[in-house]
Ligand binder design. Structure first.
Ligand code: FAD
Length: 409
């Protein structure tokens, strides 16, 4: 008798994308398990996905009634965004009073720690009865015509019709399926620091972006509030030694130059990044038994918050494709159902990569044409206010270029 366990779909990885996939499968009544390498209750690093767009909240609300509203209610909305160039304000927008407590309308966005996001999605999973296998690192996949045999590090074997690989940047599922990530890595180093808010005397909720902060020797600095804390992004110069800035003592030296010194004792996470701008060459394998979702499928710089916001639709569409494939009447129909979702999400990933590449190009200090455009835009803001908006949108990937400048140069 076979000791292999069986189900229709195995989700590999219980990060936020895997949780969403597990939840959607369970809601559709498709037999599934979520396998996670780490033990239950593990610590997760840093705030990371602190910005969820309304489109993501809507998708989550449709997946599990109440989930979108729970995330909205437990996050914050910053009503003001401000951009400064070499210390001079070039753009400010105040959206006025905000309301994230409305139980009838989802807000424009919500901002909370990724740990919290995962906690609320996990609670929905538990309520829906999603099956988890913690402490089960997946090591090997044998992909056959009729399904996949998966082996964990402890030698446990599982058989499934489909696998959704949500196992993040170093995805074993991707590697076992022979799929490659394609694209460049940035040269610039970014430092990401989380600090805990002082709830008795909090800062105003404003997202503030400084081009060439005068107190930081001309380095770019961004402040983004989220529920209970702040994320401070510092873009290092090419000549900087990242270690000097990124040790706790290093951060304690520079942080008080840009924030009240009390925040130097409130640091909860420091990390340095050189971002990958990569997309898998396919989101499915040759036999159409694997689908990749989230960071297993693509990695982008976080400017524009495209990571988890695109991981959620990846997961939901993967589930939809598998649902159609399970009901298909022929092999062609089945393969087509998988291909369609894989292609759709790859196109989205490429589009997102272009968006964050535009943002990076806008931010990078080593592009002479962009340096000149930014400098000129900042100097002309008082006569052409919309250049301020162009500067403000830079860190997200501007939707339009500054036509006045393009015609001049
Ligand atoms: C600084 C920073 C800021 C960001 N800001 C935003 C933002 O504002 N908005 C946004 O949308 N996104 C943001 N992101 C991106 C977001 O954090 C990621 O897109 C998101 O975490 C990806 O989720 P995931 O589930 O795909 O992968 P992960 O979170 O990496 O989860 C993968 C899971 O798979 C497990 N796993 C790995 N290997 C195996 C294996 N062999 N077997 C079983 N399990 C395995 C891991 O343990 C992990 O639990 C940011 C990222 C960074 C770094």
């Amino acid at each position: 008798m076979s000791r292999r366990k069986k189900c229709d779909v195995i989700v590999v990885g219980a990060g936020p994308v895997g949780l969403v996939a597990g939840l959607a499968l369970q809601k559709k009544g498709i037999s599934s398990v979520v396998m996670e390498a780490e033990p239950f209750g593990r610590e997760r690093p840093g705030s990371r996905a602190i910005y969820l767009h309304s489109a993501t909240l809507k998708l989550l609300e449709e997946t599990a009634t109440g989930l979108g509203f729970t995330l909205a209610r437990n996050g914050i909305i910053w009503p003001v965004k401000r951009t400064l160039y070499k210390g001079k304000e070039v753009y400010v927008r105040n959206y006025g009073p905000t309301n994230n407590k409305d139980s009838h309308k989802l807000p424009h966005f919500t901002a909370l720690h990724q740990d919290e996001i995962e906690k609320y999605i996990y609670e929905e999973c538990v309520e829906a009865g999603v099956q988890f296998s913690w402490d089960s690192p997946v090591e090997k996949l044998v992909i056959e015509d009729n399904g996949v045999v998966l082996t964990t590090k402890s030698g446990e074997e599982w058989e499934a019709k489909y696998i959704i690989g949500c196992d993040g940047a170093r995805s074993v599922v991707r590697e076992q399926a022979g799929i490659k990530l394609e694209g460049p890595r940035t040269n610039d180093t970014f430092l990401v620091v989380d600090v805990k808010e002082d709830e008795e005397n909090p800062l105003p909720l404003e997202r503030i972006f400084h081009y060439q902060h005068p107190a930081m020797g001309g380095r770019n600095v961004m402040f983004v509030p989220f529920k209970g804390g702040w994320r401070v992004d510092l873009q290092l110069l090419e000549s900087d030694n990242p270690e000097e800035f990124s040790t706790i003592n290093g951060v304690r030296k520079w942080l008080p130059k840009v924030m009240d010194s009390k925040y130097a004792d409130r640091i909860t996470w420091v990390s340095t990044y050189r971002f990958h701008q990569v997309v898998a060459n396919s989101l499915t394998d040759e036999k159409r038994r694997i689908l990749l979702a989230g960071e297993a499928a693509h990695l982008f710089a976080p400017f524009g918050a495209r990571g988890l916001n695109s991981g959620v639709p990846d997961a939901l569409l993967a589930v939809k494709g598998i649902e159609t494939a399970i009901r298909a009447n022929s092999e062609d129909e089945r393969a087509q159902a998988i291909d369609e979702v894989a292609n759709e999400r790859r196109i989205a990933a490429l589009w997102n990569r272009d968006g964050s590449s535009t943002a990076l190009h806008h931010l990078q200090g080593n592009a002479p044409d962009m340096n000149m455009k930014r400098e000129l835009a900042a100097s002309l803001v008082s006569v052409i206010p919309r250049l301020g908006r162009w500067l403000d949108e830079g860190p997200y990937g501007p939707k339009f270029g500054p036509p006045e400048l393009t015609t001049k140069y």
